[in-house]
Design a protein. Structure first.
Length: 79
């Protein structure tokens, strides 16, 4: 598809800004204490925090393992 058509229709190539430049990569998220690996690591996925059962809090306080999110990054597939 010609670039002029993309500009006229507002269609963008994934990973580019409106003016056609490459978008900056998002900064990787920090691992939380309960994570087995940093978010986005190949062979991992999100799962419920085993310490708080996915609630995000323990006794009315944010869960220290998941940082209050209720979600941790776990290895999948025996990785």
């Amino acid at each position: 598809m010609p670039d002029d058509h993309r500009r006229q229709t507002g269609i963008r190539t994934p990973g580019t800004t409106r003016d056609g430049h490459r978008a900056p990569a998002a900064a990787p998220a920090e691992a939380r204490p309960g994570d087995e690996a940093a978010p986005g690591t190949p062979g991992t996925g999100e799962g419920l925090c085993p310490d708080c059962g996915g609630r995000g809090s323990i006794d009315g306080h944010p869960c220290p393992a998941c940082g209050g999110t209720g979600i941790v990054v776990l290895g999948v597939g025996g990785a």
